[in-house]
Each structure stands twice: as structure tokens, then as C-alpha cells.
Design a protein around this ligand. Structure first.
Ligand code: IPE
Ligand code: MG
Length: 230
């Protein structure tokens, strides 16, 4: 019997190269990428996976051409705005992790609206990392701990973790990155400490249920010892 991961974290990479190979503009790759994300989300709902974390926009992505940044912001806005009903019907609990304060007000308000509307849903916990970076997450936790005047000797792993993103979810047990890049690129740092890594050459817009099943089957063949011996 296949053991399903409890929490899958994905770096959805290769949208630009997917488009370039077809002589299309990068934005077309992002649009197809959004469809791929929908497929994978539906699969996780169907398989009753507990958590799925998708990286949609990294803090470093602000350095891309203005038009592309604009497009990615708009794409995310529309994805939230147009799918709220479907998200609720599928009992998805959606949460956005990352820096919030420097996003456009209309994006902040749709994020709040979707998070509030889905907060009591009992199905898939869908976490979208948007304007996120792993180092930001650690620094943000540190700032909160200092502000709360916590006794340094009281800071242990469990309490530190409670100030990071996704404190109430198990850490990802499977990490996937598409497009052949073998990097973490400042995604979840603390939370991926003992995660199994899986890489595929497939560009994100071409990633589908079969690709995910391959990753899960590889995950099943891993011997997880967590630093101990069998
Ligand atoms: C990933 O695809 C999508 C985002 C970071 C939003 P890329 O845009 O990084 O695609 P490549 O790496 O240029 O092919
Ligand atoms: Mg890339």
C-alpha cells in the first residue's frame, strides 16, 4: 500500500522556459502554471492529503521585469477572487504565508477575505507562499520573540517554531521542485529540516497527477531514519 505524504511542499518552477520553448511570452507560462496548480490541488483534495504548500511568489521575484511582477500579482488576485466558491465547495482551508504589508491593498483584502471564509473548513490545508522567503520567516519569528520580551532560556525549538509560518501543521515530508533546478532558493528553511527532496526535469506547466504519483512512489521508497539507526 502506498503511504501518502501528510504535507507536500512544491517549488513550481519552469513556467518561463516552458513558454520560451513554444515561442510564447513568459506570462503564458505563468497562466499555464496556474492551471497546473489547480490540477495538483484537486488531486490532493481527492487523495485527502492533509497539507499542500505551493510557492507562488518569492521576495526575490520583485527583481523581475515590472510587467511580469504586475502579471503575477494580478494572476494571484484573480485566482483567489474567481475560485472562492470552488475552494469552499472542496472544503479547502486556504492560508497565505509571507510578507503582507507591502502588497497592494486590493490583494491584501482578497487574501483576508479568502482566509476568513475558509478558516473553518476541514479539508486540505492549502498554503500559498506569496511574497515569501525562508530567511524572512526566521527573521519575522525572531522579531516577534524579541518584541514579546521572552526569556532567552525559554526559547527552544518548539517555541521558536510556534512563531514561524504554519505552526499548526506538520512539517512537509515531501518537497518537490520541477524544471531540473536543484536548489531550495530560500523556500521554507526551518520547516524542511528533515523533508525528503524530489526533483524532476518536467517544467511546472506540464506537471500533472502522473508526475505527482511518481514523486509519491519515490517518497515511498525512501528510508526515513531521522538521524537514528534502524
Ligand atoms: C516559476 O517559473 C514561477 C514563479 C517564480 C512565479 P519561472 O518564472 O521561474 O520559470 P523559469 O525558471 O524562468 O523557467
Ligand atoms: Mg525559475
Amino acid at each position: 500500500m502506498v503511504k501518502l505524504p501528510k504535507h507536500i511542499a512544491i517549488v513550481m518552477d519552469g513556467n518561463g522556459r516552458w513558454a520560451k520553448e513554444r515561442g510564447l511570452v513568459r506570462m503564458r507560462g505563468h497562466k499555464e502554471g496556474a492551471n497546473a496548480a489547480r490540477r495538483i490541488i484537486n488531486y490532493c483534495v481527492e487523495k485527502k492529503i492533509s497539507s499542500l504548500t505551493l510557492w507562488a511568489f518569492g521576495i526575490e521575484n520583485w527583481g523581475r521585469p515590472r510587467l511580469e511582477v504586475r502579471y503575477l500579482m494580478e494572476l494571484f488576485y484573480r485566482a483567489l477572487n474567481n475560485n472562492l466558491k470552488a475552494i469552499n465547495q472542496n472544503k479547502i482551508k486556504l492560508q497565505v504565508i509571507g510578507r503582507r504589508d507591502n502588497l497592494e491593498p486590493k490583494l491584501i483584502s482578497i487574501i483576508n477575505k479568502v482566509e476568513n471564509a475558509t478558516r473553518d473548513n476541514s479539508g486540505l490545508k492549502l498554503n500559498i507562499a506569496f511574497n515569501y522567503s525562508g530567511k524572512w520567516d526566521v527573521l519575522n519569528a525572531t522579531r516577534q520573540i524579541v518584541r514579546a520580551n521572552i526569556d532567552p532560556d525559554a526559547i527552544d525549538e518548539n517555541m521558536f517554531r510556534s512563531f514561524l509560518s504554519l505552526p499548526d501543521q506538520v512539517d512537509p515530508d515531501l518537497f518537490i521542485r520541477t524544471s531540473g533546478e536543484l536548489r531550495l532558493s530560500n523556500f521554507l528553511l526551518w520547516q524542511l529540516a528533515y523533508t525528503e527532496f524530489y526533483f524532476t526535469e518536467t517544467y511546472w506547466p506540464d506537471f500533472d497527477e502522473t508526475g505527482l504519483e511518481k514523486a509519491i512512489s519515490e517518497f515511498n521508497s525512501r528510508d526515513r531514519r531521522f538521524g537514528r539507526v534502524k
